[in-house]
Design a protein around this ligand. Structure first.
Ligand code: IMP
Ligand code: MG
Length: 179
């Protein structure tokens, strides 16, 4: 059994209210232009699901897999594409949906990959932005919440592949840190 301690950071109602507003902002921004919304797996899955069901613009949906962290909470340093998108993006407006931007390395890598697919535009929506930890600049177009330090789990985000299923966001005090 895990002895990690979770501290509630944002409850489900607060998260969903913010996503309601983000969906309206995104609809207004694209103003009926055809849009492809891309979920960054795995962490983005829950945010993506709640966001796209609130969009009124009738987007196409696709998924991309990115693995940037080792098994735990420290950066592995290497970024691997575990799954590519399955539809052509050439000439299309693309909105990438990510769970959290931390150092920015993963997103930088992914945005370059998508630009190389000759999308008409590539924009980024992230639920959480740890902007104080940025090491490389990343243009974030739609942000849910700005957060400071602390490792966050729940609502898609994991610590060593756990806690993704939780409907709210928590900071985690890991067992190693509390021993
Ligand atoms: P970056 O390349 O440092 O920006 O890392 C981004 C990725 O690291 C995110 O997509 C997450 O998968 C993971 N990550 C960064 N911070 C956290 C956190 O606080 N909790 C869970 N995952 C995180
Ligand atoms: Mg992760």
């Amino acid at each position: 059994m895990s002895k990690d301690t979770l501290h509630l950071m944002l409850d489900e109602a607060t998260i969903l209210a913010r996503i309601d507003a983000m969906a309206q902002e995104i609809d207004a921004f694209y103003n009926g232009e055809p849009l492809v919304v891309i979920c960054v797996l795995k962490g983005g899955f829950m945010f993506f699901t709640d966001l796209v069901r609130r969009l009124r613009c009738g987007p196409e949906l696709d998924f991309i897999g990115l693995s940037s962290y080792g098994y735990g909470d420290s950066s592995g340093g290497t970024i691997t594409l575990t799954k590519d998108v399955s539809m052509p993006l050439e000439g299309k407006h693309v909105l990438v949906v990510e769970d959290i931007i931390d150092t920015g390395h993963s997103m930088r890598h992914l945005l370059e990959h998508l630009h190389a697919r000759r999308a008409r535009s590539v924009r980024l929506a992230t639920l959480l932005d740890k902007h104080e930890r940025r090491e490389v600049p990343v243009p974030v177009d739609f942000t849910g919440f700005s957060v400071n330090d602390g490792f966050i789990v729940g609502y898609g985000l994991d610590y060593a592949e756990r806690y993704r299923e939780l409907p709210a966001l928590y900071t985690v005090e890991t067992r190693a840190a509390t021993e």
